[in-house]
Design a protein around this ligand. Structure first.
Ligand code: ATP
Length: 346
């Protein structure tokens, strides 16, 4: 396939949790949380990215911290466009003032509706793109993870982000079967919050829950018996309180989310044509996205599917690298605008 080179063009992983910007030959130049802090009285943007994320749960009444993406799609259109504009400018800070507007390859969940996809394209243009090309997230993740997506062989990718888990089998530059569920890392954090509230009557914030997940969370219980002290507000007394929780308890709280992810992998395998399923059996399943870093998730998927499972080299970067590399094949995306046409959504 002919390659087209657009040196100023960008690949953007517009994620529920993180937004990454990739520039050809430079790689990932922006890696920031998808968070914006706004002043409620003036409407002014107070902070974007990690500065805004540090304000979560700590703002006075006149400032709101917004996560404008939810479940992989735009929940707050204007704030998303403002955030993207900020990141595009940041990525191009040394750009010549005479340079043309960039073409942008931007990822979208494979189960997205036409209206949701249109919103991503429009927001990307509003943020300063000359043109915006949507790419299905699992397709980008597979390219970024180095899978042979253009070859006549089945490659299976499972991308577990903040808002969505995307499972797809890809062959010959197209998605053959896929499933997108709106369950991923954010639901794990929620599950931890609910568990601690129910069992200990302790209210913890989402940043604490995420830290617990990363530090002692696992998909199936850890062999090392680890504990962690966490602080929150006692719902009975209203006062701050510290408790010690075990890794075992957190594994229990994450069970439903982990099962939902495993089920979506199994469902996709069941719908995969036999030749391609045989390829996946030989080559294994690759998992990417931040959720792939959950301890033991690869083993649980391997046990449940009886297939080898590998974690992508840089799971948090796979989608961004894939959107950037896909710019080289922009003509393919122009002629296949709906690479996600065989997908289903739950
Ligand atoms: N070490 C870790 N263990 C478990 N989860 C992790 C770890 N590191 C990151 N995560 C989780 O990964 C998620 C973010 O992953 P990623 O950046 O791939 O998502 P995203 O692309 O923003 O979301 P989406 O693809 O749903 O739009 C968050 O829920 C985060 O808590």
């Amino acid at each position: 396939m002919a390659k087209f080179s657009f040196t100023q063009d960008l690949g953007i992983d517009l994620g529920t949790a993180n937004t990454l910007v990739y520039i050809k030959k430079k790689g990932i130049v922006v890696r920031e949380p998808s968070v914006v802090a706004k002043n409620n009285s003036t409407g002014d943007i107070e902070a974007v990215g990690s500065d805004a994320r540090n304000m979560i749960g700590r703002t006075p009444g006149n400032i709101s911290v917004i996560r404008p993406m939810k479940d992989g799609v735009i929940a707050d259109y204007d704030t998303t466009a403002t955030m993207m504009k900020y990141y595009i400018r940041l990525a191009q800070k040394n750009r010549s003032p005479l340079a043309k507007k960039p073409n942008v390859m931007v990822c979208v969940p494979s189960g997205i509706t036409m209206v949701e996809e249109r919103a991503v394209i429009d927001a990307t243009k509003q943020a300063g793109a000359k043109d915006a090309f949507p790419i299905a997230e699992p397709f980008a993740a597979a390219i970024g993870a180095g899978l042979p997506v253009w070859e006549p062989t089945g490659s299976m990718i499972v991308d577990i982000g903040g808002g969505t888990t995307e499972v797809a089998v890809i062959s010959l530059g197209g998605i053959v079967t896929s499933q997108s569920i709106r369950t991923a890392g954010d639901d794990m954090d929620d599950a931890i919050i609910q568990y601690i509230r129910k069992k200990y009557s302790l209210m913890i914030g989402e940043r604490t829950a995420e830290a617990v997940k990363m530090e002692i969370g696992s998909a199936g219980g850890r062999l090392d018996i680890e504990t962690m002290d966490i602080r929150g507000r006692d719902l009975l007394t209203g006062l701050p309180k510290t408790i010690t929780i075990t890794a075992e308890e957190i594994a229990v709280s994450l069970k439903d989310t982990v099962n939902a992810i495993v089920d979506s992998v199994k469902n996709t395998l069941e719908k995969t044509p036999p030749e391609l399923a045989a390829d996946v059996m030989d080559r294994g399943i690759v998992i990417s996205g931040g959720g792939a870093l959950l301890t033991g998730l690869d083993q649980v998927i391997a046990e449940e599917t009886k297939m080898p499972v590998f974690v992508a080299e840089n799971p948090l970067d796979s989608v961004a690298i894939g959107t950037g590399k896909a710019l080289e094949y922009i003509e393919h995306f122009k002629s296949h605008p709906h690479i996600a046409s065989h997908s289903s959504i739950n």
